[in-house]
Design a protein around this ligand. Structure first.
Ligand code: KIV
Length: 267
């Protein structure tokens, strides 16, 4: 697969071609994504829940994001690689945020950073863009604000909330954001935003009119069984397949059927 750049993605939007994005955290899954031609990989801070087994994304650190992104880049040298900036790595001060985002780009081979927020992060988005770091915004349900929202919810059903979403999107657009992830957003608002802007929209629970769609790898392949939001479509029952293989291995060992002669050295 040819290297995917910002221009590849912008051309796709201009031609009305859908963009595919997968959130994942390791070498092998990234390799699978690249082999089937997924356009973009997000190293999401959802790794806190899906990879580390935490109950939110809040404890994830910058060092952990760097570690996972390096592994993902080794598996997917050509996909457009985006990294989630973890909680408190970009909220304290502009200076600290720029240094942390810069580290991600310098140390991992990623091409863009993702920040949760709209109007509140516009100045930072502008500064990052002006020093050559493409930014992906994230509005609607933003998991780093779980304690403010009290848990996942849908945004944009009420007029006031829809207007707030549009203001946030506009602020990101004016600041030069490359892309905006719309999470748990009413499809009508997502459609309007998408159709009236050149900024690429990527939906997760935001309906089919976005320019692209993102899901977490472990949800797509049915490995993550803890939560299944309405917007997840499982394309395989990975957890069942894996558990079945493990059960068979266990029984074979216990009953002396593994290893066989062919699987042993010296015969
Ligand atoms: O952390 C993540 O994986 C994400 C996507 C699901 C959008 O933010």
């Amino acid at each position: 697969m040819a290297k995917i750049t910002v221009r590849t993605l912008q051309k796709k939007k201009a031609r009305g071609e859908k963009i595919t994005m997968v959130s994942t955290y390791d070498y092998l899954s990234a390799k699978f994504c690249e082999e089937v031609g997924i356009d973009s990989i997000l190293v999401g801070d959802s790794l806190g829940m899906v990879f580390q087994g935490l109950d939110s994304t809040l404890p994830v650190t910058l060092e952990e994001m760097i570690y996972h992104t390096k592994a993902v880049r080794r598996g997917a040298p050509n996909a457009f690689l985006i990294v989630d900036m973890p909680f408190l790595s970009y909220q304290v001060s502009l200076e600290e945020a720029i240094r942390n985002c810069g580290r991600i780009i310098k140390e991992t081979g990623a091409q863009a950073v993702k920040l949760e927020g709209g109007e509140d992060i516009a100045e930072l988005v502008y500064r990052l863009n002006s020093i050559g770091i493409p930014v992906v915004g994230h509005i609607g349900y933003t998991p780093q604000s779980i304690h403010r929202f009290g848990g996942p919810k849908v945004f944009g059903k009420e007029e006031e909330e829809a207007e707030a979403l549009k203001r946030d999107f506009k602020a990101l657009e004016n600041a030069g954001a490359l892309m905006v992830v719309l999470e748990s957003v009413h499809w009508k608002v997502a459609k309007e935003i998408t159709e009236t802007s050149e900024v690429i929209t990527v939906g997760i629970g935001a309906g089919k009119f976005c320019d692209g769609q993102v899901l977490v790898f472990h949800d797509i392949v049915g490995l993550y069984e803890d939560i299944k939001p309405r917007f997840v479509r499982r394309y395989a029952e990975g957890a069942k397949i894996f558990k079945d293989a493990l059960r068979r291995f266990k029984i074979d060992v216990e009953e002396g059927r593994f290893p066989s002669e062919e699987e042993s050295y010296g015969t």
